[in-house]
Design a binder for this molecule. Structure first.
Ligand SMILES: Nc1ncnc2c1ncn2[C@@H]1O[C@H](COP(=O)(O)OP(=O)(O)O)[C@@H](O)[C@H]1O
Ligand SMILES: [Mg+2]
Length: 255
């Protein structure tokens, strides 16, 4: 597998250990231009570690990452963000002294250089739309730090979208989020994707994955075991086996 002109993010032979624990073995995958790629796997399989390395928050022990042909592995989070990659966290923290609305608004201003480096997107009433779509209207005037875990998730996705990244990495964007809001999140993410934002999405909700992702890669114990369309996941013996021993409900490869 080697990168082509269609490759936006090229991850090759990533490895990482914590002490004696080899968490990532030899992880390679591509994110193509315009693509929404799911990154799946049971709890502890290394998904967040991959996002942490890709976004520059964690060093790799080996391997390379190219963003648009530029090496970014171990470049540090500021340089990776400046290159156009923005990520959300599995457990987002929010500022105490800013309201929810201020945080959504600031998403753009604080990343002015990033915004100008990427294709300008202009949605009318974007702040209002994101606040309404993610049902943050009733809490828009409250300190962002006072939100529930699910609401912080929604807010972090809204802020990340306002940054207009080339690549958006989302770590379990629907965890703790009310099920009624998931379809709305798919709609919003697809809208930004149509404007050119490629995405790498860690998620357990299979309905969300099927609605959102063009393709999925599956991690198990730090190794990529599948690369397929979302509709094929539950027919893939290696994927089902990776989740065995954990609950494999219809529609949810959760752990
Ligand atoms: N900073 C760290 N120090 C030690 N072990 C870690 C650290 N981060 C992750 N791990 C371990 O790496 C493995 C993969 O973790 P993680 O990438 O968070 O998995 P996932 O996101 O797929 O649930 C787990 O066994 C976890 O305990
Ligand atoms: Mg994780």
């Amino acid at each position: 597998m080697s990168g082509t002109a269609e490759t936006l993010l090229e991850v090759r032979n990533l490895s990482r250990h914590f002490g004696a624990h080899q968490v990532l073995g030899d992880v390679s995958f591509d994110l193509r231009r315009g693509e929404i790629l799911g990154l799946l796997g049971p709890n502890g399989s290394g998904k967040s570690t991959v996002l942490n390395i890709v976004s520059g928050f964690l060093a790799a022990n080996g391997g390379s990452i190219g963003l648009n042909g530029r090496p970014i592995v171990n470049a540090g989070p500021e340089n990776v963000t400046a290159a156009g990659l923005v990520r959300t966290f599995q457990l987002p923290s929010m500022p105490r002294r800013m309201t929810v609305r201020e945080v959504v608004q600031a998403g753009d201003a604080t990343t002015a250089t990033l915004a100008s480096a990427t294709r300008p997107l202009r949605f009318d009433n974007e702040v209002d739309e994101l606040i309404a779509a993610f049902n943050l209207g009733p809490v828009a005037g409250l300190p962002a730090s006072s939100l529930s875990g699910g609401q912080k998730k929604l807010l972090s996705v809204a802020v990340a979208l306002r940054c207009r990244p080339r690549i958006l990495c989302l770590d379990e964007p629907t965890a703790g989020v009310h099920p009624n809001l998931r379809a709305e999140m798919v709609r919003i993410l697809r809208r930004y994707n149509a404007e050119g934002v490629a995405m790498l999405v860690v998620e357990h909700d299979m309905l969300f994955i099927r609605d959102l992702c063009h393709r999925c890669v599956v991690l198990d114990r730090g190794e990529i075991i599948a690369d397929c369309a979302p509709a094929s996941l539950e027919d893939n013996p290696r994927v089902v086996e990776a989740y065995l021993g954990k609950a494999v409900e219809k529609g949810k490869l959760a752990s």
